[in-house]
Design a protein around this ligand. Structure first.
Ligand code: ADP
Ligand code: MG
Length: 353
């Protein structure tokens, strides 16, 4: 109840915006369900041409995306890009469109960073600045990847604790926030809020097949038919326990972990080939390892070497995330307490401040 009062008061006192208040800049992305631009406030044009805001013009799914962003802002603000405002713009086009505004977090997604030859050292530079004399090598790379994974899992734990499943976790939807020097999650366009039944019926066609867990649907088809409106708050946590829908995101996060460890899997073709191999092994990572390791390329060998550091603690975490059965996958919260994250390095310490 308090949350509703709070939301109401917040609405009363917050500035409202409309279309003409924004000046559009460079296009940042275009998907099937919306276009994303850099933007600034018309009254306060930024000195540079590109503004300090990001604007998404979205189709009908924009309504759900606004709901998710409002909820995230109240419940776990630091997990996701800083949401400013969302509204429906009744433009001349039939049906109109939703406008969503965020603060501009930075220029690089994890996908941009991962595809660079410098990865993961480019991330180290972003977080620590230009530090001289830090040794390079597999141990260091592991430490940086460990840091990225802990930030990703921290953000996921925030979403999941709020009752939100993202359903489109991939490097393209993880952005480096230059302000907080941490990774944050973006793009709640396919997310589901299970506690109030919003977007409860999964829109499978929104899912990215490269990162989707084998179950595809976050709820089993046996679940009683979904409430269509914000109802059933008492029922939903039970369903959550039964189906563990959050584990869908864990699988995707596991694939990101894998891509960070194995450079060859960072490309689309590399990942697609891996997915085919894993399916042939009935989604058993250990079985996959047995088939590829004997004739492993130097690239693959390097990945295994990284995950084998400290008695294979990284490999252990990876295999507890990428599993066929959702209920056998580790939760974000439990993963954060995994011994893989025990050792505090320079990097880990620098996030604590
Ligand atoms: P889409 O539905 O097109 O995938 P996203 O929300 O993922 O929309 O945004 C598309 C791209 O725009 C992202 O990959 C990222 O590069 C950029 N972007 C989105 N939100 C922000 C933000 N808050 N700050 C900086 N860049 C952003
Ligand atoms: Mg996206």
């Amino acid at each position: 109840f308090d949350m509703f009062v709070l939301a109401f008061v917040e609405r009363l006192f917050r500035t409202t915006y409309r279309k003409d208040d924004f000046v559009l800049g460079k296009k940042l992305g275009e998907g099937a369900f919306g276009v994303v631009y850099r933007a600034s406030l018309a009254k306060k044009p930024s000195s540079k041409n590109d503004g300090d805001l990001v604007l998404k013009k979205a189709t009908e799914y924009g309504a759900v995306e606004i709901w998710m962003n409002e909820r995230v802002r109240r419940a776990c603000a630091n997990c996701c890009a800083d949401f400013v405002y969302g509204f429906f713009e009744n433009s001349s086009k039939k049906g109109g469109e939703y406008w969503l505004i965020w603060r501009y977090e930075g220029e690089a997604t994890l996908a941009d960073l991962m595809i660079s030859r410098e990865f993961p050292y480019n991330v180290q530079t972003l977080i620590l600045g230009e530090v001289q004399d830090l040794p390079k090598g597999i141990e260091r790379e592991n430490r940086i990847i460990q840091t990225i994974m802990s930030q990703l899992l921290f953000a996921l734990d925030g979403l999941h604790s709020t009752g939100i499943v993202h359903r489109d976790i991939k490097p393209q939807n993880v952005i480096f926030s230059e302000g907080s020097r941490t990774f944050k999650i973006i793009d709640l366009g396919a997310a589901a809020d299970l506690r109030v039944g919003i977007n409860y019926i999964p829109k499978e066609f929104l899912l990215d097949p490269r990162y989707a867990a084998p179950e595809q649907y976050i709820m089993s088809t046996q679940t009683p038919s979904a409430p269509s409106a914000p109802v059933a708050t008492a029922l939903s946590p039970v369903l959550w326990q039964l189906n563990l829908p959050d584990r869908f995101d864990i699988y995707s996060a596991g694939l990101i972990f894998l891509q960070m460890a194995f450079p060859g899997l960072r490309t689309d073709s590399g990942l697609i080939q891996f997915n085919r191999q894993l399916k042939r092994c009935d989604y058993d990572l250990s079985a996959w390892r047995k088939t590829v390791e004997p004739r492993a390329s130097p690239d693959l060998r390097k990945g295994f070497q990284l995950l084998d550091i400290d008695g294979g603690i990284g490999w252990e975490l990876l295999t507890s995330m990428v599993r066929y059965k959702a209920r056998q996958r580790i939760s974000a919260k439990t993963a954060l307490a995994h011994p893989y994250f025990d050792r505090e390095g320079l990097l880990a310490l620098s996030f604590m401040q």
